[in-house]
Design a protein around this ligand. Structure first.
Ligand code: FAD
Length: 482
């Protein structure tokens, strides 16, 4: 297997880079250790497309947040993932914090972020009646948005593949050797002890939490990535519409704080915490929950832990300098996209263009294809169709008449389509269709999704996993058991 470019890591950064590469006449591959793309930090975050005014002036994070922010509308139009601009409010509780709001507003204005406004208590109460009456002023930014981040990964990857990029899934990179014509990448496939060799003229390191280990394989690193955990808590649908915008407290120099987030699908989410953790520690904790709900209640006093229906944690990949490590490395042909902590989801489309510039500067020829196809077919969302549209769809294909998920109204046809478009796990189905995201959290639909994975992939039910690896759901019947 010989490629022009190998991208290591299929998170939002790797997928955005892959789609950008697919515009050109070249052979590219994304190497990802999980069985689907987007199952790392890119699926476990706040899902905010930051407005563009938060990041400090002169920082790469600040500059690329704003550049990336402006690229999401066109991407969502082409790729049909959930994205909408809901705006955000940053809230001040005292005079010092009011001064910080002004500083952030001026910073945003200098960067060109439009529509920034300061709101007094009356306007805040009118627009967001459930916020605390202790908030003395808030900075409104209409450019903030919310996105379904996992959908964005799936669709970016699907677009890249439709335009000729290869996906090498379930391959863990264990070694890279510089060669005469570029690099030889050793990737372990599943439990197989003999690594597969993938050859590429150029390598992009987009391996998230493990980008330091990948760079060290060719001595292109010299930086460390640490994991900073963020716990997030999803609330019951009862609270849909409780706030309309993303609500921030006033930031400190090290943190954006605990937020109240109306997710793309309307469900409210509160979080995240920020604590150092091991690179595989995805546990939520009693302390984290207490911190998140105390922080959320300060902004919106009616929020209660009693409304929590699901919780998760994600791990930020934090570099020694807290900045993105992006662009050429000390090894020719080896390009870095490391230290991609927040706002790297927002910045991802802009990060991809920076990586392509670095590859071009390193000697990669970028000849645009005439037949690049920017769009992908929109997935069916049965629950969002009119009754007439539903009837006509069912007449054409009865699989859309069989309900798999009752909470979110997801049909067998949609689950089948998700599997045909790449879902390999229960989480893969959940993140593509919402089956399992509702109030019962998969209590009803898990079995239906397992059966469909079994039928369409031709795998035993005992091989179905929640999120790949050994996250099996059913165990084989013990010999001799009744
Ligand atoms: C709690 C939390 C909230 C956040 N909220 C926001 C937000 O609201 N807005 C925002 O802009 N950003 C946010 N972020 C940041 C954002 O989620 C990340 O910056 C972004 O997802 C990073 O993407 P990535 O592709 O670099 O990493 P990942 O998604 O982790 O992808 C890296 C991939 O590399 C693969 N990989 C690793 N090692 C190997 C190997 N040896 N071989 C093969 N594959 C390998 C992994 O399996 C993984 O899939 C948040 C982060 C957290 C943790």
């Amino acid at each position: 297997m010989r490629y022009d470019v190998a991208v290591i890591g299929g998170g939002v950064i790797g997928c955005a880079i892959a789609r950008e590469l697919s515009r050109y006449h070249l052979r590219a591959v994304v190497i990802e250790r999980e069985c689907e793309v987007g199952l790392g930090t890119s699926k476990a975050n706040s899902g905010i497309i930051h407005a563009g005014h938060h990041g400090a002036e002169g920082s790469l994070k600040g500059e690329l947040e704003w550049r990336g922010n402006q690229m999401w509308d066109a991407l969502a139009d082409d790729l049909h993932f959930g994205f909408k601009r809901v705006g955000d409010l940053t809230c001040a509780f005292d005079e010092d914090q009011r001064a910080t709001l002004r500083q952030i507003m001026e910073q945003g204005k200098r960067r060109g972020v439009p529509g920034l406004e300061l709101w007094g208590p009356e306007r805040i109460r009118r627009e967001e009646p459930h916020l605390s009456h202790d908030i003395v002023e808030a900075l409104y930014a209409p450019t903030a948005g919310v996105v379904n981040p996992y959908e964005a990964c799936f669709m970016l990857a699907e677009s890249a593949v439709r335009n000729g990029v290869d996906l090498a899934l379930e391959r863990t990179v264990v070694g890279i050797r510089p060669s005469e014509k570029g690099f030889e990448i050793a990737a372990v496939v599943g439990d197989d002890a003999t690594p597969e060799l993938i050859k590429a003229r150029f390598v992009v390191d987009a391996a998230g939490l493990h980008a330091d280990a990948i760079a060290d394989m060719v001595e292109a690193g010299g930086f460390r990535i640490r994991a900073r955990k963020g716990e997030e808590y999803l609330l019951d649908k009862r609270l849909v519409g409780y706030v309309k915008r993303v609500i921030f407290p006033c930031p400190t120099p090290t943190s954006k704080g605990i937020l109240v987030i109306p997710t793309y699908d309307g469900t409210l989410m509160v979080g995240p915490t920020a604590t150092w953790a091991d690179k595989d520690d995805l546990a939520t904790t009693a302390e984290g929950s207490a911190e998140v709900f105390a922080g959320a209640r300060k902004l919106a006093p009616g929020i209660s832990e009693k409304d929590c229906i699901a919780e998760f944690a994600g791990l930020r990949a934090v570099s020694d300098t807290e900045e993105f490590i992006l662009g050429p490395s000390r090894v020719a042909g080896f390009v870095l996209a490391a230290g991609m902590q927040s706002p790297a989801l927002t910045a991802a489309p802009a990060v991809a263009t920076v990586v392509l510039d670095a590859l071009r500067d390193d000697g990669l020829e970028l000849v645009a294809k005439d037949d690049f196809e920017p769009g992908v077919p929109a997935p069916v969302r049965f629950a969002e169709l009119s009754s007439a549209e539903q009837r006509s769809l069912v007449a054409r294909d009865p699989a859309y008449a069989r309900l798999v998920c009752r909470c979110e109204i997801v049909t067998e046809g949609e689950v089948r389509d998700a599997i045909d478009r790449g879902a390999r796990t229960l989480d893969g189905i959940k993140f593509r269709t919402r089956a399992g995201m509702g109030r019962c959290q998969g209590g009803f639909c898990t079995w239906g999704c397992m059966e469909l994975l079994h039928e369409r992939l031709g795998i035993p039910l005992t091989a179905v996993t929640k999120r790949g690896g050994d996250s099996y759901v059913a165990i084989p019947r013990l010999e001799g058991a009744a």
